[in-house]
Design a protein around this ligand. Structure first.
Ligand SMILES: [Zn+2]
Length: 211
């Protein structure tokens, strides 16, 4: 499939979602990926690697509809809010913890709390934000299928083809923090997405085109 056909497919997907087609950038990379990057002027759709070597036309259509769903759901502005709310929660948690330490602990322990508590707080903040990102991935899958007419099986198999090695990193295993590593993932596990996708009832294409 040539670049022009990819551009046509992307245009059709974003038009179906009722959002302007982003600027498109093609990258030559060994691995394959498709994602939208928000920029102050216009979002950019990045197509990395030889997409048509890895995915069928139907899978590419489904992936473009997933990316279009991110824009239709205004996920990028919601990410700023999610980040601020994660920051607010963890900052207030830190303040409460510090106040409790001041009341209950001897001064040398309060110093230790003040010194070390920001580390788990930072992990919690990134984790809360990552959880919001994972929820957005599920929502984009659902909107792509239920509102835009993406084929759930094609989207699930495309995600499977594009997903890299998902096993916890060697470092996470060595430090026995695979749970923390999962908490910090920005994308849900592919197997979980596949199960949820296959449970969705797709809208008929003709319906979505008329909408
Ligand atoms: Zn996505």
């Amino acid at each position: 499939m040539n670049r022009e056909t990819l551009i046509l497919l992307a245009n059709a997907a974003f038009m179906r979602a009722g959002v302007p087609t982003p600027r498109m950038i093609f990258l030559k990379t060994p691995g394959c990926n498709v994602f939208v990057v928000p920029t102050p002027r216009k979002p950019v759709l990045v197509i990395a690697g030889d997409l048509s070597a890895k995915l069928s036309t139907e899978q590419i259509e489904a992936v473009f509809l997933h990316e279009a769903a991110h824009l239709a759901c205004k996920h990028f502005s919601k990410r700023i809010l999610a980040n601020l709310s994660a920051l607010l929660w963890t900052a207030s948690g830190l303040v409460v913890l510090f106040l409790i330490a001041v009341v209950l602990l001897p001064p040398q322990w309060v110093v230790l709390v003040a010194f070390f508590a920001p580390i788990p707080a930072a992990v919690a903040q990134i984790g809360l934000f990552s959880r919001a990102l994972r929820a957005q991935e599920f929502e984009a899958d659902r909107v792509a299928v239920e509102k835009l007419g993406a084929d759930p099986d094609q989207l699930a198999s495309a995600i499977r083809n594009l997903s890299g090695d998902e096993s916890p990193s060697a470092a996470a295993k060595r430090w026995n923090v695979t749970g923390v590593s999962a908490w910090l993932q920005t994308h849900p596990p592919t197997a979980e997405r596949e199960v949820k996708l296959r449970a969705l009832v797709p809208v008929k294409s003709s319906q979505s085109r008329a909408a």
